[in-house]
Design a protein around this ligand. Structure first.
Ligand code: CA
Ligand code: CA
Length: 172
């Protein structure tokens, strides 16, 4: 009986096809971690990115770096040196103006393949929060209204997201 169950388990495991980009040195979830640009995005939107499922690894066909998470995929693009998280529908791109969100079917004008996609709509971002995009009030926003954590806050902080004035908003 035990042998039969083991056989079933092995059969089930063998039938789960891994994405071709997962290299053999990808770590298991309990030993993986976020580093460098992937850590930057994860720490800014931890609830959006989720936890890691593997360590960063390379796609040998285009040189991109990849890391699977519980909510999607982190990608460092060799083509334009930007780091992106996608949940399969939306993408958060850490570009020259901080972290910006768009649909996967759109591009920001500063992305290398922008000419081949419709442009992402213009977003109004308050200059008090330069590493992310938070629209100016009204309405007033609080930490529970936004996905961003531990982001830079400059005066005048119109949403009052940095109550202790240490220039870090919505601390984890
Ligand atoms: Ca507020
Ligand atoms: Ca603070």
């Amino acid at each position: 009986m035990r042998q039969f169950r083991l056989f079933v388990l092995i059969t089930v495991l063998a039938s789960v096809s891994l994405p071709s980009t997962v290299s053999s040195d990808a770590a298991s979830a309990d030993s993986c971690r976020f580093v460098l640009g992937f850590k930057t995005i994860h720490d800014l939107i931890p609830g959006v990115v989720g936890t890691c499922l593997a360590n960063e690894h390379y796609n040998p066909t285009n040189g991109d770096a990849l890391q699977e998470t519980t909510n999607g995929l982190l990608v460092w693009r060799k083509s334009d040196n930007f780091t992106v998280f996608t949940d399969g529908h939306r993408s958060w791109v850490n570009g020259p103006f901080g972290l910006r969100m768009r649909l996967n079917t759109q591009r920001f004008p500063w992305e290398s393949d922008a000419a081949r996609f419709p442009p992402a709509p213009e977003q109004l971002c308050d200059p008090s929060y330069p590493t992310v995009c938070i629209p100016p009030p009204p309405p007033d926003l609080d930490c529970q209204d936004i996905p961003f954590r531990d982001f830079t806050v400059l005066p005048l902080d119109p949403h009052r997201l940095d109550g202790d004035n240490d220039r870090i908003g919505c601390e984890t």
